[in-house]
Ligand binder design. Structure first.
Ligand code: N01
Length: 552
């Protein structure tokens, strides 16, 4: 057992935890990172399913804090695969000598605020008890897999694999009959790869998703060299953008509904050929607010599905019709729809044929048994609050965070929760997080937290805490910004709708990465209104709506 008292305990060694540790060292603070896995990587450690890769271009889905790192690292593809991203994070951990402050194979079970000591006590499954003045959670937004409550799941006689907890030595699908349940990003990425190996794949689809092509390709040397020449500008643009990215198709200045159909078709064709999320999210100023405008994009994407999938009945089943495009996370594919033209792939429509149960032999849907050797659960995550909910986090007066958030998460700026002093959440609910390039948002949070900790440097006993009034105003603001948008219309994981019993609350902040950054910077520049120091703080908050580029 090593040292047990630190200035800061960080939970999680993914993109967030690694950069947080780097920042804390820069500030001269002692820190310990606790990580459940046996290595760094977070999401990219666990999600090793076939076909896993990022859907933001890697030159942007990467750290910007070190220009040297940026110049040294070479990405091999436009969208790096999971093994490459994991190698990158391992390289970062080694290059900055981060591992010596990380305890692996250590799951945090409890974190308790100690009033008298004005710090946190953190217990782990290894029997350790650590203490620190600050506790920072970098536990990820999509890190707590959602295991569906399907009757008989535990009776299945074959193997069950969960995309978010994939075995390290891979899975050999050769000659196997496979059921994949779930057609979100994880299913859409893995199904084409599994189908190339397996004897047969039955895809169980509850809701079809809107899917755009990645148009992935190797990254040419000259292209990478050009990016490296302009990296500083690129990163700066990303920081002030809507989604935390600078490259990709720019939003059209003209509303979709005001664009003549032939112009819109040409524009969307170009976006399709270019590939990626950016071309179809916020593609026009009206698509996020007006369902009819979103319908124009949806009609185009459905037309593409019908053009690829040869069997018309299957094509129709793969066309989403029940929610506006973009209101569920758009998926990016490599050959997903083409996979349904294979002889060894069938689509099971769970609306017509709901899953009755799982037996020893396979999946029974609509009364028919689909006899399989392997079930792949691509059923998503308890997003944004799930990983925190697994830890018994107790604030002032022994209040459990889970109880405080029982009607939905409440935070100030997605960074702190009232009643939980000296505790921060990196990309917590109420911040752009999952609605943005996660790495841009992680860096912004870490820098902001670092700025605040530097500010407290000369007052080592100070306790900092979100004021309840500020939390209330911010939580209402997050909802108010989401309410007029199409995001409220789908049963998405943004709203917690994928987890039975979870309150329906829009969790990320949708005002845009640049807007959110400006708000956080204004709060810091004004002396942190809404954050109390030793119980005293300025309650007069900035007018958050005034930062938004659109009318509130
Ligand atoms: O999870 P999902 P995911 N019976 O929740 C279905 C990120 N990500 O892991 O839509 C039958 O999107 C569920 O059906 P429905 C990305 O942000 C990124 O795929 O709820 N089906 C849905 O089809 C993404 O959005 C990448 O009706 C059930 C699927 O399972 C997020 O992670 C790659 C069911 C779950 O889809 C989550 O994606 C992968 C049940 N009981 C993930 N329960 C990148 O490319 C659930 N489903 C970076």
């Amino acid at each position: 057992m090593g040292k047990s008292n630190f200035d800061v305990i960080v939970v999680g060694a993914g993109f967030a935890g690694l950069y947080m540790l780097y920042k804390l060292r820069e500030l001269g603070l002692s820190a310990c990172v606790l990580e459940k896995a046996d290595d760094v990587g977070g999401t990219w450690y666990w999600n090793r399913y076939p076909g896993a890769r990022c859907d933001i271009e890697s030159v942007e889905y990467s750290y910007s804090f070190s220009p040297e790192l940026e110049q040294e690292w070479e990405w091999s593809e436009r969208y790096a695969s999971q093994p490459e991203i994991l190698r990158y994070l391992q390289h970062v951990a080694n290059r900055f000598d981060l591992r010596r402050d990380i305890r692996f194979n250590t799951t945090v079970t409890r974190a308790r605020w100690q009033e008298k000591e004005a710090g946190w006590q953190v217990d782990t499954d290894q029997g350790d008890t650590l203490t620190a003045r600050f506790c920072i959670f970098g536990t990820g937004c999509l890190s707590s897999p959602n295991r569906p409550n399907i009757p008989g799941l535990d009776n299945f006689g074959g193997d069950i694999f969960v995309t978010g907890l994939w075995p390290h030595d891979g899975v050999d699908f050769t000659g196997k009959r496979v059921a994949v349940i779930g057609t979100g990003s994880s299913g859409i990425q893995s199904i084409p790869v599994i189908a190339r190996q397996a004897q047969h794949v039955a895809v169980f689809q509850r809701t079809p998703n809107f899917v755009v092509p990645a148009q992935n390709r190797p990254l040419e040397d000259h292209e990478q060299a050009e990016i490296k020449l302009t990296y500083r500008d690129l990163r700066e643009q990303a920081r002030h953008s809507i989604g935390g990215v600078a490259r990709g198709a720019a939003p059209s200045p003209r509303p979709a509904l005001a664009t003549p159909p032939e112009d819109l078709r040409r524009e969307l064709d170009e976006r399709w050929e270019f590939g990626g999320l950016g071309g179809f999210l916020n593609s026009h100023p009206d698509t996020v607010f007006d369902e009819k405008a979103a319908d124009c994009i949806a009609a185009y994407l459905r037309m593409r599905v019908r053009g690829i999938v040869q069997d018309p009945a299957t094509a129709e089943l793969l066309c989403p019709t029940t929610y506006p495009v973009g209101s569920k996370r758009l998926c990016v594919d490599i050959g997903y729809f083409e996979t349904f033209n294979r002889d060894n792939v069938t689509l099971v429509d769970l609306h017509a044929y709901p899953i009755d149960r799982i037996t020893e032999k396979g999946v029974v849907a609509g009364g028919d048994l689909h006899d399989v050797d392997i079930i792949v659960l691509a059923t998503g995550f308890d997003a944004m609050t799930g990983a925190l909910g697994r830890i018994d986090i107790r604030g002032r007066d022994d209040q459990a965070l889970a109880d405080k958030w029982s009607a939905g998460p409440r935070t100030y700026l997605g960074l702190m929760a009232a009643g939980f002093p000296n505790m921060f959440t990196i990309t917590g609910p109420g911040s752009p997080s999952v609605i943005s390039n996660m790495v841009t948002s992680i860096e912004q949070h870490v820098d902001w937290i670092g700025g605040l900790l530097a500010d407290l440097h000369d007052a080592p006993q100070t306790v900092i805490e979100a004021m309840p009034e500020a939390e209330e105003v911010w939580t209402a603001h997050v909802t108010a910004v989401a309410e007029p948008t199409i995001f409220m219309q789908a049963n998405s994981w943004y709203l917690g709708a994928n987890v039975p019993g979870k309150p329906r609350v829009f969790m990320p902040y949708i005002g845009g990465v640049g807007t959110y950054r400006a708000i956080c910077e204004a709060v810091a520049a004004q002396g942190y209104p809404g954050f109390a120091r030793d119980g005293k703080g300025k309650a007069a908050l900035p007018d958050f709506f005034s930062f938004l580029p659109m009318p509130a």
